[in-house]
Structure formats: C-alpha cells, structure tokens
Design a protein around this ligand. Structure first.
Ligand code: DUT
Length: 389
C-alpha cells in the first residue's frame, strides 16, 4: 500500500467512525448558530474537532491553519509556517475537522486581518449538510509583499446555519451528501497543475520587463558617461587646437588637460562599474547557493559604493594636477624667465659700455678736428679706450 493510500485509509477510518447527526438535539428553528449552540454541537456532537473555546466568536468559530498545504506544484507539510509570495496561490488545509449534521450547513471566509494583508480566499459556496472531514481552500496573495501564515493561527471564520428539519423517513426525496465524502485528503483534489497564472505567466512577464528596464537603464548610464568622457576630451583638443601657435598654448594645456583627464577617467571608471553593476543586478540570486549569492550581493554593494569613491578619486587627481600646474609650475617658469633676464642684462650693459666708448671717441675726434682748423695741435685730455665695435 502506498503512503497516499495509507493516508487516505487512515482518514477514512476516522471520518467513518461517526456518521452525520440526523436528529436535531435542540430544535429551535432555522438560523445562524450563536456561540452557545456551536459549543453544544462541538462538545457533544463533534461539529468541530479539535474545539477551543478561545476560537469562538459571537456567531461563528475561527478555523485555524492546518498541517498541510499545496503550493508551486508541490504537496507539503506545514511544520511551522508557509510564506505565500505575491501573486502566488496556496491551498491550505484547515487545522480542524468538521462534521456537519444533516440539518446544518456552514459557510466560511478569511479573517479581515489576512484580507488586509492582501490574501484573497477562494472557498467553495457551502459546506454541505452531512459533510465530514478537513476543509481545503485556495488562498491567493494579491499584495506586493510575501505573506506568512503560521500553523495554528486563526485563518477564517465559519458560521453554521440550521436548515429545515431533516426527516430520514423521506428517503430518496432528500438529496444527501455522500458519506463518507469522496475526496477527503488534499491529494484527491487533483491540483498538481494548479498554479496562479498571475504568478507564473504575469510574474515571468513582469520579471522580463524589469530585466529589460534594468538593461536599458544600465546602457543609458554607460552611454551618458562615455559620451561625457568623449565630449570632455574633444573639448580639450578643440581648446588646445584653437590656441595652437599662440604663446598661451602652454597655459591652456596646463589648465584644461589635467581637469579633463580627471573627468574622463572618472566617466570611464563609472561606466565600467555601472556596466558590471547592471550585469550583476540581472543575476537571480535564488538560483545560486547561499555563499555565492552572498558574495554577489557584496560585490554589488562594493560596486555601488565604488562608483562614488572612484568619481571622487578621479576628480581629486584632476583638481590636484590642476593645482600643481596652476601654483607650482608658475614658480619654475619664473625662475627660467629670471635666468633669461639676467643674461640679457649682461648683454645690455656691454652694449652700453660700447656706446659710451664710441661717444668718447667721437668727442675726441671732434676736438682734434677743431684744433687742426685753428692751427695748433690738440692736447689729448685723456687716453680713450680702444674699442673694436
Ligand atoms: O472551501 C471549501 C468549501 C467546501 N469544501 C468541502 C465541503 C463541501 O461540502 C465539499 C464539496 O464542496 P462543493 O460541493 O462546493 O464542491 P464540489 O466540487 O461540488 O465537490 P463534490 O463533488 O464533493 O460536491 O468540499 C472545502 O473543502 N472547501
């Protein structure tokens, strides 16, 4: 006997142990049962098992999360909790077995607390008179966050209503719910292919869309940064070219060169990091073992921080070089110019001496000429230096 058959046989034996109640022990007319009647039927006629007074409501009983569920194509044991992802659906087994008398129906719906967490309960229209066994219900998570249900926590409120009196003598005139029911275990609901299209198809489409958005975003950032770098370089070249042949060329290259270099490196580094960041962000971490996915997460974090750090370093380098060019290079230039000036000073003083000597010689010649005209030879006043201009 397979495990499933054993499971079914065990449950069947338990259900068959107590057939549905046919005669109302407290006939009091149709209506929804208040808590005292629910207690009476539960304690004396196995309406709800296990039964806890704490779960009683004025006109209903809170059924709890049981020990089995079906989700994502798998039947599973609910040991402590089940987490339903957004758009996912789970079929949950109740923690209680109900045994409805032949003169009673039940209806149930999810607790408001869960409804506001985004859970949508899709139960059957009615629990038939004479039904016995656990109940099963598909629960969708229509919120955008995962919702967790814990074993034993209150799930749904069930109310019970008396029908018109059940008369066993009426025989075939009365349609009776088959006892024991045909489907009594979760696996008999043939839900192996039961999946939320919102989760499978729409979820996949949303993932694809998000992925292509991320790719586009990454490409746009890379494009912007590379364009920025190329633009910065082109600007520098243009500036240098426009000043070619001018004496200010040195200064132009000095100003713009380092700054542009810094900005360009920053842009390239950012493009490189964002490229890897966008590639890594497309990696679905669930597919990798925990240590690897932790490592990927660390690298992602590093890349996102490095973005800013690398930008800062590159700008620092650019501005630093600019400072060197602006404040330290001029000193060197000044020294070179001073040296040039002192050489030219020497040349100038030589020229002055020569000019003075020429002037002296001219004056002497004029005087000699004058004296020759008067007829007496001129007395040289002083020996003029012999120059050789
Ligand atoms: O949310 C629900 C509602 C009902 N039931 C149980 C009690 C109900 O008496 C039985 C059958 O319900 P329904 O008649 O709505 O389902 P069906 O598809 O017609 O099944 P069946 O052929 O057993 O009548 O299933 C559930 O397990 N979950």
């Amino acid at each position: 006997m397979t495990d499933l058959k054993k499971k079914k046989a065990k449950e069947l034996a338990e259900i068959s142990r107590i057939p549905p109640l046919e005669v109302d022990p407290s006939p009091g007319g149709a209506g929804i049962l208040l808590s005292d009647e629910i207690t009476l039927f539960a304690e004396e006629h196995n309406l709800i098992a296990p039964f806890k007074k704490a779960n009683l409501k004025p006109a209903g009983y809170e059924l709890t999360v049981g020990d089995e569920y079906f989700m994502s194509g798998q039947y599973m044991t609910l040991d402590s909790h089940v987490t339903i992802q957004p758009f996912e659906v789970a079929v949950i087994k109740t923690g209680e077995r109900v045994r409805l008398p032949r003169f009673m129906i039940a209806r149930w719906n999810i607790r408001v607390r869960h409804a506001y967490a985004g859970l949508l309960w899709v139960g059957g229209p009615q629990v038939d008179p004479g039904y016995a066994g656990y109940l099963f219900c598909p629960i969708y998570n229509l919120s955008d966050k995962p919702v967790t249900l814990y074993r034993g926590e209150e799930l749904a409120l069930m109310d019970f209503s008396r029908t018109t009196p059940f008369n066993p003598a009426k025989g075939k005139e009365l349609v009776r719910y088959k006892f024991p029911p045909t489907r009594i275990i979760l696996e008999e609901f043939n839900i192996i292919d039961f999946q939320s299209a919102l989760f499978t198809r729409a979820g996949r489409k949303i993932e694809e869309f998000e992925e292509s958005l991320k790719t586009l975003e990454g490409r746009f950032i890379q494009f912007t940064q590379i364009s920025f770098a190329v633009f910065a370089m082109a600007l520098t070249l243009l500036a240098i070219y426009s000043k070619a042949g001018s004496t200010a060329l040195d200064e132009y290259a000095g100003y713009l060169g380092p700054l542009t270099l810094g900005l360009s490196i920053a842009a390239f580094v950012m493009a490189f990091f964002s490229h890897w960041q966008s590639r890594l962000s497309r990696v679905s971490l669930d597919r990798y073992p925990a240590p690897l996915s932790r490592r990927i997460r660390e690298v992602r974090r590093f890349l996102s921080i490095s973005w800013i750090a690398s930008m800062a370093v590159c700008l620092f380098v650019g501005v630093g070089t600019l400072f060197v060019v602006q404040y330290l290079a001029p000193h060197k230039r000044y020294e070179e110019q001073s040296a040039k000036i002192s050489v030219s000073d020497k040349n100038a003083s030589d020229a002055l001496a020569i000019a003075k000597a020429i002037e002296q010689r001219v004056l002497t010649l004029q005087r000699e000429n004058e004296e020759l005209r008067r007829g007496s030879p001129a007395q040289p006043q002083q020996q003029s230096p012999r120059t050789n201009p």
